[in-house]
Design a protein around this ligand. Sequence first.
Ligand SMILES: NC(=O)c1ccc[n+]([C@@H]2O[C@H](COP(=O)([O-])OP(=O)(O)OC[C@H]3O[C@@H](n4cnc5c(N)ncnc54)[C@H](OP(=O)(O)O)[C@@H]3O)[C@@H](O)[C@H]2O)c1
Length: 159
Amino acid sequence: MINIIVAAADNGAIGKDGKLLWRLPEDMSRFKNLTTGNIVVMGANTFKEIKRPLPDRINIVVSSTTLPREDLTVCKSPDRAIALASRFPDKEIFICGGQRLYEYFIDIADRVYLTRVRGNYQADAFFPALPPHFALQNCERVCDNGFETEFCTYVTAKN
Ligand SMILES: NC(=O)c1ccc[n+]([C@@H]2O[C@H](COP(=O)([O-])OP(=O)(O)OC[C@H]3O[C@@H](n4cnc5c(N)ncnc54)[C@H](OP(=O)(O)O)[C@@H]3O)[C@@H](O)[C@H]2O)c1
């Protein structure tokens, strides 16, 4: 099962200058609850931003330039990352950014955990449009640190 997890504004904005656009404690806690014990896959720029592997998760970074280290697996392509993650069939895979990774996985993911942040933001990184094969499974309105958000889950028809 490949999940995408993202917080994106109405205009798709997800980041600027390598950083997130907002601080959303409830969203962070949702992220932690969903991903802990599972596998997180991220691009090199997103890893640069978070600086260290996320605890209690298998961390895979897609990169041709990041140096491998004991607490981190580096794969040169998204396909290799998925092949590696598939060695742990009891764990779910979470694609957690950034734009490059979302663009690659949006057509093959099974589920999208989308936190929609209301409003349009200036950005240089964006989440792609959801393909029409995704259907809304549930959605909850949350005021998170003063931001109007919706925690939504989309699944593909095969689920
Ligand atoms: N709002 C959110 O939920 C959220 C979540 C995560 C990130 N973000 C934001 O997104 C922005 C970063 O996005 P980004 O697109 O610049 O960076 P990214 O996707 O995190 O990383 C891009 C890098 O990953 C490697 N990579 C990605 N796709 C690849 C592919 N198909 N084949 C080989 N290597 C690949 C390359 O690294 P090498 O150059 O090392 O080969 C590439 O330069 C930041 O602003 C961050 O804050 C937002």
